[in-house]
Design a protein around this ligand. Sequence first.
Ligand code: PMV
Length: 321
Amino acid sequence: MKSIASAPGKIILFGEHFVVHGTPAILAAIDKRVAVTSTFTENKTIRVNSEMVLGTLEVPTHIPADKLRHPIVELPFRPFIYLANKMINSHQDVNGLEITIDSDIPIGVGLGSSSACCVAAAASISGLFKELSSEEILKMSIEAEKTIFPDTSGADCTVCTYGGMIEYPSIEKIDNTFGLNLLIANSMIPHNTKNSVEKVNKFKENDEERFSQLCDLETKLIDEVITAMKNNDATTFGLKMSENQKYLEEIQVSNETINGMISSLKEISLGTKITGAGDGGCVIALVKDENVSKVPALLPKDKECFSAKIDTRGVEWKREE
Ligand code: PMV
């Protein structure tokens, strides 16, 4: 018997970093997905197969993920080992598990590859035993994500679970997305969310007052974005993206490459900003239909760019004999 789950990647439209400190954020799931397939095995091991980066890892069961001193357990596979052990520990009749990851979400560039993996893995591994509700999958996926990034706001796993465009933390769905034409441009510079979040913590420690003002400004900006969306006002939406980018530059998560990409896209976009942790990763640009084809020529040849469609499916799960 196989338990197969898939979950979408995501973009953060507004509020990354500040959301870790309690302000709201707006996120959308995108039409790039990861699928995780789980099966029982007779060996007393957890075997994880992933073509995307790491090949295969096989470790004994019952060893907590943070005690496994193996370079590839240090980060990307840790949530899988955590979830597998959690299930095996609570089901005495199970010897081992084999988990296979198949993803079309680029890794380490702010498109939610790690959160989507945690959500799909939570649904797939637990699905071997029983079908969970979305709320249960979300709770388990955040626990798993915390094994690699303890300070996670939980916003990423939330949108990967429910899909669509949401305000976080209210999880209110935003249905009126007025045909937003969002382009994602990948700087091809991988980033490390944990390091970027620590850098922002330092900024906060050094200047509590300014950081608190920025959090207030971000909260106000998100209110204005919600109003703009209700009014089908793409121009204001775009301006708010660029305003949000200024706040991200102030907390120092942008860099020269990202700033260069943003200024190259300025003439044809209504607004452009980092999406995700920054320090590399991706930028998103709100672009009118007639300008979409002009984007690749404006960016350096080594940057990838593609159009983001909003995913409305969220996490999906099925069992196969
Ligand atoms: O770059 P990503 O996909 O890891 O997104 C990180 C978003 C942060 O706001 C910086 C962290 C968080 O937990 O919300």
